[in-house]
Design a protein. Structure first.
Length: 118
């Protein structure tokens, strides 16, 4: 399985200077766009935690090229961030390895899809 992790550079310091409504207004389109890009390449969003996003490739459906799909999604996200007028800067990591997968996990309810040593 391949895991993609992304977060915004300096977001915590920026968020501390904003009202909660402004933070939500920043995060909502960011989350929407990342979900769209990740799903377009066959990834599954495992969780959003503030500005951090964790997605998995290879579960619940495995593809021979899941690592490549994850890298392509990361590059698409970087391209979008470079063009975005909000001045977002991202860090993205991609790692592949063995994992324990819970096929019956309900990510929408906060249940983990996978555990491993990425």
């Amino acid at each position: 399985m391949t895991v993609l992790f992304a977060d915004l550079v300096g977001f915590t310091a920026r968020a501390e200077r904003l009202d909660p409504e402004e933070v939500r207004a920043l995060l909502a389109p960011y989350h929407d766009r990342l979900r769209s890009e990740l799903e377009r390449f066959g990834g599954t969003v495992e969780k959003f935690i503030g500005d951090a996003v964790m997605a998995v490739f290879g579960t619940p459906v495995a593809h021979e090229d899941d690592p490549e799909r994850a890298v392509r999604a990361a590059l698409a996200i970087c391209d979008w961030a470079a063009e975005d007028t909000a001045g977002l800067q991202l860090r993205i990591g991609v790692n592949t390895g063995e994992a324990l997968v819970a096929l019956d996990a309900r990510a929408s309810e906060g249940e983990a899809l996978a555990a491993g040593t990425w």
